[in-house]
Design a binder for this molecule. Structure first.
Ligand code: NAG
Length: 475
């Protein structure tokens, strides 16, 4: 998510948002606090570029075009769930409709696999690859992605989507290797400046307690592809994956320390792969471990896959010698979270005090989440969905945004979001549910109070849907 921020082709203008009473802070617009955001008309027919091979010695990645269609596409594909500190996770769960079947649901228990990588990981044990992104400043670009001055940007007429306000990001790739290694010398670094930014279609409804975001659709026929009938989502939902500190069922915690501790790989070309995370969330491990009750710091990240290991070609291509697991697939699924995001004012590093929770198309981390764009499908729009994201250091406003090719096929610059925000839970915890509905092409993100039991009744889920105030939930 943070490696590149997309430009949004037809997005808000500074003036139209300002007129709605929204405020700009830290380079981003914020409107009203909300307890629910409902995305409607999610899904379209399009394509993205899938990685088909990665050469660890040359750094070359090859890609092939894949097409998709249907409700929620491509967010109906398998998703991995990503977390960045400062953050403490108290519960995580995934539910599917009872009687349904979806990837990620098949196994009941975490599979604790032995270390898959021995020789290489030990060889590179002391090598560290660091890849990170720094937010450097706010810049203004026109709709061709060219920088313009702020005064030019401000002169754009309301409603004119020609100008977007973005932040500029500097992508820094530093690879440090031990002196005994034949791989690149210590301190080798490459710096690429990428321009990107947060944008989003605005739906300024300052008085409303929920926000409805409509994504433009490139086809009108894509809603019919649902293979599950609407009635399957009206029954009970069964929890197929669940985490509480110290206990993980059918979910596997990973991070980006591949090659450091007995799982995953490292190469000069691609850096560290994903690998099993240790219970501290921060270091690597040789086998799956449940995360403990930990508060990870600013900039630290881990992710969750299902407990179902990829086998044969059923995950598509992934980087060799990584622990590869399925994400959470399907167009009807509910994710639940309980978390806190305490302030972290101690440091000043990259992503300081900018916690986030987001989904990625699970293919992205299984190839390359941070690095060359042709080594993952991200740039071509295979899907990112920011659930709760702090956009500037120390902010207490969590923003929600879909980044995919919808409305902008073949790039990650489509999608949409809202400038309304959830209040960041800095002292207490926040519980939330994210409800994917393939029948009506909606995704609801709702703040909730209920327990996340082994089953969810349709009454509970309906109360979540209604709480959102969304018309789609009542249809
Ligand atoms: C999904 O949408 C259908 C059609 O609008 C609706 O009947 C059903 O209640 C919804 N279910 C959920 C879980 O959102």
């Amino acid at each position: 998510m943070k490696f590149i921020k997309s430009l949004c082709a037809a997005s808000l203008t500074a003036l139209s948002v300002a007129q709605a009473g929204c405020v700009m802070s830290g380079g981003n617009y914020y409107c009203s606090e909300t307890d629910a955001v409902v995305f409607s008309n999610v899904g379209y027919s399009g394509s993205y570029k899938d990685v088909t091979s990665m050469d660890e010695s040359s750094g070359v990645c090859l890609q092939d075009t894949v097409s998709f269609s249907g409700s929620l596409a491509p967010l109906d594909e398998e998703l991995s769930v990503h977390f960045r500190g400062p953050l403490r996770l108290l519960q995580f769960g995934v539910y599917y409709p009872s009687g349904g079947s979806s990837l990620g649901k098949r196994d009941n228990q975490v599979q604790e696999e032995p270390c898959e990588e021995t020789v290489q990981s030990h060889k590179h044990k002391r090598e560290v690859a660091v890849e990170y992104v720094q937010v450097t400043s706010t810049v203004y670009v026109n709709n061709k992605g060219q920088p313009v001055t702020s005064s030019v940007a401000q002169q754009e007429a309301p409603g004119n989507p020609a100008t977007d306000v973005v932040s500029s990001y500097t992508f820094v790739n530093t690879i440090v290797t031990p002196s005994t290694s034949a791989t690149p010398s210590t301190g080798t670094s490459a710096t690429t400046v990428l321009t990107g930014g947060r944008a989003g279609s605005s739906s300024p409804e300052p008085a409303s307690s929920s926000s409805i975001v409509s994504l433009s659709s490139s086809t009108k026929s894509s809603a019919s592809a649902s293979s599950t009938s609407g009635s399957s989502t009206s029954g009970a939902w069964v929890r197929s994956s669940y985490f509480q500190p110290g206990s993980a069922s059918n979910c596997v915690f990973m991070n980006h320390q591949g090659g450091s501790a007995g799982s995953g790989v490292w190469s000069a070309a691609f850096g560290n792969s994903i690998c099993y995370a240790s219970s501290d969330g921060v270091s690597g491990a040789s086998s799956a471990q449940a995360l403990g009750d930990v508060t990870i710091k600013s900039g630290q990240e881990y992710m969750i896959f299902s407990g179902s290991q990829c086998s044969g070609n059923d995950c598509g291509y992934y980087r060799k010698n990584i622990p590869a697991y399925h994400g959470f697939g399907g167009e009807n699924k509910i994710f639940v979270f309980e978390f806190s995001m305490p302030y972290d004012t101690a440091g000043s590093g990259y992503n300081q005090d900018m916690p986030a929770i987001w989904f990625l198309n699970a293919k992205i981390p299984r190839t390359l989440q941070y690095g060359k764009s042709e080594c993952s499908c991200w740039k071509t729009g295979c899907g990112e969905f920011d659930l709760f994201e702090i956009l500037s250091p120390g902010s207490d406003k969590l923003i929600t945004h879909v980044h995919d090719g919808q409305g902008s096929d073949g790039t990650s610059t489509g999608g949409g979001g809202t400038q309304d925000y959830f209040q960041r839970p800095t002292s207490g915890t926040m519980k939330a549910a994210v409800i994917f509905n393939g029948s009506d092409k909606t995704i609801h993100i709702v703040k909730v109070d209920d327990d996340f039991d082994a089953q969810l009744s349709s009454d509970v889920v309906n109360s979540w849907l209604q709480k959102s105030g969304s018309t789609a939930a009542l249809a």
